[in-house]
Ligand binder design. Structure first.
Ligand code: UDX
Length: 433
């Protein structure tokens, strides 16, 4: 059965290339013709490790192709993965207009039985709306099914996450749709969990919000540690050794960013409101997270007092390592606040500087550096904002030489406090004395 993937953003592109890698015949489609041209030549418009190779391999293999003719792609396919964006609207809800648009396109091109699979992150009950729209706009009564198959890809490791999934959630309401989706993921039959559609839709929001909650929880604990002699890294380790808690996602720091956690926490909060369930826990999760950059800036001000005219090196702009993505990155608030205070900023990131220049174009106050050492030249302080691995092996003694004042404010606890202080640095980090 031919598979169409509608939308070639993060989720769509990795899904199309990944399903082709599993041996299926896949046609990826998007209205954006320039993007389709680029992708059809085997290069991905986003920075994602291993994605270009996966695209090139399967385009060459002949079972992966791309077109900007969405209608034709729908007509050719028996299974349609919907991977268009559901960005946050002004009220914090997920904007479903692209999903509705796709449902109408499918209705117009329903030339036989099809399974419509939600892959985008959508609020619970979205499948009801998709069914209604297709039912309203289709000609005749050609049968179709809607299913939910949420993705759990992480930016920076999306390809291995897709090719080696922890679990595959298949939300269906017919045996026919179940059998088709289980066959698509035949290779991982033992990792497939078949649920109702509502459950599958909720699993995605619930999982992301729980991980975000875990991060805000350890950040709250980090604040407690700073008022005592406890070290949050030790506390997190002590907690995480309990398999009921688990060590993952207990890294205190500048909080979570990206295109998923912030919007999913807010979307689920709104879903609760609409369904009459108070999701106060998620409101607090968001509140704790929003406060991180401000607490970090307090440390910078404590170290430098007046920021006006100070030369500050900022290492890391992406919302996390291994991506060029700065969406909801804490670096944006930090740079904006420091610029507003009149500091002169020397920014460095191995991948995300290009995206950051669109928000903060190079100016007298903001300059982009080719490496951390250039950024550190004559700096009154050095800030660590994203935990890129390369920062861990920085030559701190050389940095000390280059900087005007040996002050490091580390928002990601990358260094060992004692080692840094032995080199003569003042060192401030998160949840540690
Ligand atoms: C996340 C989910 O992990 C993924 O399953 C889902 O499909 C999409 O959303 P992603 O946004 O790529 O993926 O990032 P992730 O690696 O989960 O990190 C999210 C944020 O949390 C980053 O800003 C990261 O810096 C932060 N984080 C993560 C912490 O602050 N502490 C941690 O312990 C882990």
């Amino acid at each position: 059965m031919k598979i169409a993937v509608i939308g070639t953003g993060y989720v769509g592109l990795v899904t199309a290339a990944g399903l082709a890698e599993f041996g299926h015949t896949v046609i990826g489609t998007d209205k954006d013709t320039a993007k389709i041209d680029l992708i059809s030549r085997g290069s991905s418009p986003i920075y994602e490790p291993e994605l270009d190779d996966l695209l090139k391999k399967n385009l060459a293999g002949g079972n992966l192709s791309f077109t900007s003719d969405v209608d034709a792609a729908i007509r050719e396919a028996g299974v349609i993965f919907v991977c268009v964006g559901t960005p946050q609207d002004e009220n914090g809800r997920a904007d479903m207009s692209q999903i509705e648009g796709v449902a109408r396109s499918i209705a117009r091109n329903l030339n036989g039985y099809k399974v419509v699979v939600e892959k985008s992150t959508v609020p619970v009950k979205t499948s009801e709306w998709i069914k209604r729209v297709i039912g309203l706009y289709r000609r005749g009564d050609t049968p179709f099914d809607v299913a939910s198959n949420p993705e759990f890809l992480r930016e920076g490791s999306a390809v291995p996450d897709f090719l080696e999934p922890d679990r595959l959630i298949v939300g269906v309401e017919s045996d026919r749709a179940r059998d088709i989706l289980v066959r698509i993921y035949e290779k991982f039959r033992d990792r497939v969990l078949v649920t109702s559609i509502d459950a599958a839709e909720l699993i995605k929001h619930a999982s992301n919000s729980f991980l975000a909650l875990k991060i805000s929880y350890i950040n709250m604990i980090a604040d407690l540690c700073e008022r005592t002699d406890a070290d949050v890294e030790q506390v997190a380790l002590g907690m995480g050794l309990d398999p009921r808690i688990g060590r993952q996602f207990l890294k205190a720091g500048l909080g979570y960013g990206g295109s998923c956690f912030p919007k999913d926490v807010r979307a689920l909060t709104k879903i609760g409101e609409d369904l009459g369930v108070d999701c106060g826990l998620l409101r607090e999760t968001d509140k704790v997270n929003q406060a991180r950059p401000g607490l970090f800036l307090d440390k910078v001000k404590k170290a430098l007092w007046i920021l006006k005219g100070k030369r500050i090196a900022v290492l890391g702009l992406a919302f996390k390592p291994e991506t060029d993505d700065i969406r909801e990155a804490s670096s944006i608030r930090i740079v904006r606040e420091l610029e507003r205070e009149g500091a002169r900023l020397r920014l460095y990131d191995p991948k995300a500087a290009g995206n950051m220049k669109e928000v903060f174009p190079p100016s007298a106050a903001v300059s982009y550096c080719k490496d951390p050492y250039e950024a550190a030249e004559e700096a009154n302080a050095l800030l660590v904002v994203t935990e890129w691995e390369e920062f861990r092996s920085l030559d701190l003694a050389r940095l000390r030489e280059l900087m005007a004042n040996p002050i490091i404010v580390d928002g990601r606890n990358m260094f060992d406090p004692a080692a840094v202080r032995r080199l003569g640095f003042e060192y401030y980090s998160v949840g540690r004395k």
